[in-house]
Design a protein around this ligand. Sequence first.
Ligand code: C5P
Length: 286
Amino acid sequence: MLVEARAKINLTLEVFGKRVDGYHALRSLLVPVSLADAIDVVATDDAAISSDSPYPDDLCVKAALRLAQCGAAASRTVLGARIHVEKRIPAGGGLGGGSADAAAVLVALNELWKLHLDRASLCKVAADVGSDVPALVAGDAVLMEGRGEKVAKFGSFPGFSLVLASPGVFSSTRDVYANCRPRMTDDPSIVYNMRSALLSGDFERVAAATVNDLAASACALHPEISLAMEALRSCGVSHPAMTGSGSTVFGLVPDEAKGREVAAHMEAKGYRAWSVRTLSGDVMAA
Ligand code: C5P
């Protein structure tokens, strides 16, 4: 079964204090974009789970193993899988590449193994695999809270074009969280402003409403990220932002033609860059 594993951007990302489990409490609006890995999942009857994902910490195998544990009780058949990953999303980029692959594997194997887990059960397994995985199982714009396990659909809004640019450095999520300064007070206006900006369809308003509490920490660890944002600014992007724990940066643009133009300028400056659109729609139905 061929499944698309879509990258995400964090339009807002607020980080609160550290929880007793060592994770930070957060609130983030995640939106899928049209840059995706292609995942081919084949169910096998030899009880082995294998993947050719290039990540050292292979979340595809972790996801399949967790789902197999969960499914073993319900199914009498042997649960094996062979997973082929065609990577297009850069690793360590804050685009949720590894998590999106894991989410796609969960969705595919739920069907191939005929487990019939509903979305809530699948999200529980996903939370065990990684913080961003439940949000990516949803495959739609979601507001994520807790350490990532609380996911609510955000509702629809007009799509928009943006440019992603990777400075090519690997940004460790763990290090960026460890180095960040969590906010002391909750500010409900951040999500409220973003929602009204998105509904207005005005991309400049959306860009101005972006928030990422991990940006200062990531830029301190990797100055290349600040330079990438400067480079976007010099291409006419008014409010460049960082996604997740970095290192990818993004800028909203009026349309795809402008997106292609900015991406070409960024590539000429030595960055990997993509002109993409936001997506909505259900990955479970893809
Ligand atoms: O869950 P995931 O493997 O994506 O997280 C990687 C690391 O990032 C965690 O081990 C933790 O140190 C940090 N993290 C955090 N708070 C979160 C998510 C991640 O402190 N909500």
